[in-house]
Structure formats: structure tokens, C-alpha cells
Design a protein around this ligand. Sequence first.
Ligand code: ARG
Length: 460
Amino acid sequence: MKKLWSGRFNAATALSVEEFTESISFDQRLWRYDIEGSIAHTKMLAHQGIISHKDAEDIIEGLNSIARDIETGAFVFKQELEDIHMNIESALIHRIGDVGGKVHTARSRNDQVALDLRLYLRHETSLIINLLKDLQDVLIDIAKIHTRTIMPGYTHLQRAQPVTLAHYMLAYLEMFKRDIERLRDVYKRINTMPLGACALAGTTLNTDRAYTAELLGFDRISENSIDAVSDRDFVIEFISDVSIIMMHLSRMAEELILWATEEFSFIKLSDAFTTGSSIMPQKKNPDVLELIRGKTGKIYGALINILTTMKGLPLAYNRDMQEDKTPLFEVIDTIKAVLSILTELLGSVTFNVERLLNTAGSGYSLATDLAEYLVKKGIPFRNAHEITGRVVRYCIDNNAELESLSLDIYKEFSSVIGEDIYHKLTLSASVTARTSLGGTSPTEVERQIKNFLRDYRNKI
Ligand code: ARG
């Protein structure tokens, strides 16, 4: 088949080169955006009198018929036509004749591929934001039910202080809030139109880039045509944002895996979201969560991949940039699959409320409450910490709990301790009293939920 660029060549391309350089096997997923971009470009060319309205109509009709055929699977993609842009343009010329050759006026594949990628990524970014919102909805559902469910909070994976389960879930909600904010931020830079930059230098033809941008719903137009065709920052930023999301999801997966162990027994994963072992009949394995954690590696790999591809490139377009697509597509497929399955899985988790409560109390987790009690009686915090430390030491040596020591014993540690200490040394008193902004008390957690639903959710 004759190449669209065959003019200056005497010999045909070697088959090995065609195989090595093609991208149609993977960039065909951009077809919808390629056609959308070409239709807008054609309208602009006619609007500017660069081509006739009749030619534009024929081109648009031809492009729509190609779209229909790709949709139904009737369209045959050809490796010798290299990429999605030339496959579609060549089919257009084949269908409507020489006039099809006018679609590529005042355009190059360099700005065309940048355009397609931006249109595609803009769409996918919105989908991913919605998937993050679905996950947030499940967290909110759990939080609403468990504002008074007490569990151990950890630092260094050692029991630290009792917290509410709702509070714990809302910590993840915050991470995903930031993730959404980051995606919305990169969206602005994705939503910048490169078309019209042509190969790198612009064109002598009287184009109107603002008109094309408006047709395609772009907020901005790239300011410099050399930058427009050589910039892949938006891909790098997007993948780095997804890397952070995956880091969050991997942490959550790790936590759920721990909680599902016999040792923790904080949660039960539903049978539908666990798998069995081929040898040990008793096993119920959290493979889905392990795979979420495991897939994080290839997302980070994709980030290093694209950063490394770009690092040595002189301006402007270089063919190396064709290699941006495979990591990007893999990142998009992975994050979408991970987000939807984690949302489903989390919705089916059962919390072992009794176990959470029983675990929260042990390990002198109310020691800070005792120290803060002393502070309220006027003792400087550093001394209060020291006194409490000695009480804990005493409890450990005498195999006792904080709340079981007699008042006489307490008085030996500090004369300010009175009968009222016993009201403070319960899990529910401890949690209820942590009303500082962002704290773990049910009232504070309810405020966080209400704020999220009222202010934040409406804004995004
Ligand atoms: N398939 C190419 C890519 O993905 C399209 C741009 C090719 N441009 C060129 N001058 N060879 O980057």
C-alpha cells in the first residue's frame, strides 16, 4: 500500500521497519478522538475559507462513516499504515477520493497525536475522578454507621489510642480528596489545545486555533507551537498523580489484609472477594487486595518509563514520544480496574465490632487520657507524662490495668488525682472527649461527614 509520505522515497519500507515502528496495534484506541479532532479541524478550515464548505461536508461524512465502521468492528487497521492517524486519513482518501487529502491541511501528525492524547486523557481523567468519588461514597457509608464504634488506633503498628472506626475511614477519605484535587488540577493542563502547531513552527495558512479549541471544548490554547508538539508534561503529571493514588490504595489494601488475618480479626472479607488455596482447604485468601498492592509496582514503573523517555529529547517532536502511549494506557486500565474492584470489595467488608472494641482497651491505651487529666489539674504536661509513665510501669509490674488501681495507690503517684479519674479512664469517655477539630470523637466525626457531604461533595 502506498504510504501517505511516499513522495520523496524511491524504495519501499522494509517489512522489519514497518513492524518495528508501527503504533497502530496500540494507538487504535485513540480512534474516536482522532476523528473528533479531524472533524473540528475540517470545520475550522472551511470556516476560514481554506477549503470549501462542500469539501468539508464530504470529509466529515467520510470521517463519520469510518467511525461507524470502527465502532462495528468492520474497519481493518493496517500495520503498513503505521498509526491511527494514517490509517484513518488513508481510509478517508480511499472512500471520498483526493478531496480527503485536504483534511491534513495546516496540521501535522505531531500536533494531531498531541491533540488525540489530550482529548483521550481528558475523558479518562473525568472517569477516574468519578471512580474515586464512588470509593469515597463507600467510606462515607461505613463512617456513618460506625461513628461510635471504637477501635485501636496505631502508631508504629503498636496500639496507641482508641479511635472511632468512622474516624479511621475518614482518614482515607481525606487522601482521596487530595487525589481528586490533584487530578482536577492536572485536568487544566491536559485541557490545552496543541492543534495548529503543525510540525513545530505553525503555518502560513490563515487558521483560527481559537475556533477549533472552542469546537473541541478546550479551555486554553498552547502558546508556543514548538512546546505544543514536544510537551508530554501532562502525561507525566497524570501518571505521577495516579502513582500517589496507587500508593494510597496499596496502603489501604495492606491494612485490610492485616485486618483480615486471624491474628487481627478486625474484618471479614466476603467470600465473593476472596479466593481459595489449591492445597490448603481451610484457606480464604485476600488475593484481590494483594493484587491491588502488587499492581502498584507497574504504575511506578510507568512513571519512571515516561520520565526516562523524555529526559534526553531535544525540541521538538521526536519519535521516542510514540512510546508514551503504552505506559499511559496501562496506567489507565489498571487504575480503573483497581478502583472499581476495591469499591466493591470495601462495600462487602464486615467489621467485627466486638473484637475492635476489646482490642482497643488493652495496652494501656488510655495512658494519654490520664496525663491529660493531670494537665487539667494544673500539672505541667512534661511532669504529667512522667507521673503517668510511672503509673504504667507500676501496672505492668503488678499485672494491673489503669482503671483498676485504687484511689490510694493513685494518690501515691499524685495528690491531685481524685475519684473523678475513673470516669475518664473508659474507652468511650476517652473517645468522646477528643473533640478537638479533626479529632476522633463521634461529634467531631459527624461534623467531618456533614462537611464533606454538604460543602466538599457539592463543589467537586
Ligand atoms: N505515531 C506517532 C506517535 O505516536 C504519531 C506522530 C508521528 N510523527 C512523525 N513525524 N513521525 O508519536
